[in-house]
Design a protein around this ligand. Structure first.
Ligand SMILES: [Mg+2]
Length: 242
């Protein structure tokens, strides 16, 4: 078995993303802390309430900065019994605009990894707010390196199957590289494809999932560079499974 197509996640796989959200979560925690019962860890208490709100809202708001910000405003209004000052709502909205204007910062090794993978066909598979994902792709400077770019609302087996089908890709000859076990790995393994998990420094709570145990088509790499080596180098992932 050989790999024809390599799928790459974008947020926290090719460029930094979650680290910007953490500063927004810190602002949110600072705003709501006065309304919460005293605790040793006000950040965690605020974060837990916010994550519950985000999970509830994803079917309506989807992923991304705008949905996260609406969830922060809603959650702050709930926690404060709708007494939060307008000034604090303003700060959250301003923070969202800052995030949506933030330059794209590629992860170390991302460009070299794309060079190393150039002999394969490459598909960028990213989920989130279409406008913001498009902006980041355009500003990343790497869009032309991909044979296909898919921006999807959810990364589940159905959306992967549809994306692979659109480009005539056999899932058995497709490997997906990404930082999220839930979104990048499990759905692709379920379709018969390969998955290489490259953990980012932090994982959004909603993306948490257990790693598959002893799965023949699952690998873990410490960096995007190592993932590219697994695919392109002598330690081919297919050979390793034989
Ligand atoms: Mg990601």
């Amino acid at each position: 078995m050989t790999i024809d197509w390599v799928g790459l996640d974008a947020d926290d796989t090719l460029w930094h993303n979650e680290s910007y959200f953490i500063t927004s979560y810190e602002l949110f925690a600072e705003i709501v802390a006065p309304y919460l019962a005293p605790t040793d860890d006000p950040y965690q208490a605020a974060h837990d309430l916010l994550i519950a709100t985000e999970i509830r809202n994803i079917p309506q708001f989807g992923y991304g900065i705008k949905g996260a910000t609406l969830s922060m405003i809603e959650c702050a209004l709930e926690i404060s019994h709708r007494t939060i000052p307008a000034e604090d709502v303003w700060r959250l909205v301003e923070r969202a605009k800052e995030m949506m204007a933030h330059p794209v910062e590629l992860l170390d090794g991302a460009l070299d990894a794309l060079d190393a993978l150039a002999c394969h066909r490459l598909m960028l598979v990213t989920k989130g707010d279409v406008m913001d994902q498009r902006r980041k792709i355009e500003h990343s400077g790497i869009a032309e390196r991909f044979d296909a770019i898919e921006i999807v609302h959810e990364k589940d087996p159905q959306t992967y199957a549809a994306a692979l089908d659109r480009h005539g890709v056999d899932p058995r000859r497709f490997v997906m590289v990404g930082n999220s076990l839930r979104s990048d790995i499990h759905p692709v393994l379920a379709l018969g494809g390969w998955g290489i998990h490259v953990p980012y420094e932090t994982t959004w709570a909603i993306e948490h999932a257990e790693a598959p145990e002893d799965h023949p088509r699952f690998r873990v790499a410490r960096s995007i560079t190592e993932a590219a080596e697994l695919i392109a180098g002598s330690g081919s992932i297919a050979a390793a499974a034989d």
